[in-house]
Design a protein around this ligand. Sequence first.
Ligand SMILES: C[S@@+](CC[C@H](N)C(=O)[O-])C[C@H]1O[C@@H](n2cnc3c(N)ncnc32)[C@H](O)[C@@H]1O
Length: 194
Amino acid sequence: MGPDLVAAARLATRVNGGDASFAVADAAWVPFADASFDVVVGMNVLHHLSRPALARAVREAYRLLTPGGIAVFYEPVENSRVLGWLRDAIPAPATRKGRKGRPSILQRRAWQAYQAELDDRSLTTREIRRAAVSFAEVHARGYGVLVRLKRFVGEGRRKRLPELDARMLAAVPFLERFGRHVLVVSRKAPATAV
Ligand SMILES: C[S@@+](CC[C@H](N)C(=O)[O-])C[C@H]1O[C@@H](n2cnc3c(N)ncnc32)[C@H](O)[C@@H]1O
C-alpha cells in the first residue's frame, strides 16, 4: 500500500472504531520478524511487481507467516493467450475522468507509448502458483469470465454479469481458468509436534 491508501485505511479504522497499526514497506522486503502474522493479504499488488520481485514477495509472505498461517492474494490475471490477445486488440475507452483509454495492440505506436507508461503487467495463475511453491497447500479460484463483456453490453445487463458469472462458474468450474481475476489462498504447513 502507498501512503495515500494507508491514510484512507487509518480513517476507515477510526470511523469503524477499530484498532490497527500501519506500516509502509516494499512487499518484497517487509521489515518484520519471521512468523509475525497468522494471515497475509495482498489485493491487486502482485501485478505491479517484476517477476523476481513477485517471487520474492510471495517468499516474504511465507517467511512472515506463523506455521499453519495463510496468504491470500487477489490479482487480475490472463491465463489464455487468445483472450489476452483479443482484449489487447479491442481498444478500450477511458471509463473514468482523468484516466486514459487503452489503444489496440494493432495501433503500434500508440500501443508502445501506452506500454511505456504502464506500471503493471499481465500475470498468470501459474506464475503465482509457482511463486507459492514452499506452501503446503495452494488453492486458486478464477472469477470474472463474463464481466470481460461489460464494455459491450448495456447498463442493465452489465449489473447482472457478476451474478451470471457466479452461476456459470458453479455449473462449469473448468471455465474459471478464463477468469479475469484469481483468488489464491496458500497455507503454510502447521508446526509438527515433537
Ligand atoms: C492497484 S493498487 C491496489 C490497492 C488496493 N490493494 C486495492 O485493491 O484497492 C496497487 C497497490 O500496490 C502498491 N504497490 C506497488 N508496488 C509495490 C511494492 N513493491 N510493494 C508494496 N506495495 C506495492 C501500490 O502502492 C498500490 O497501493
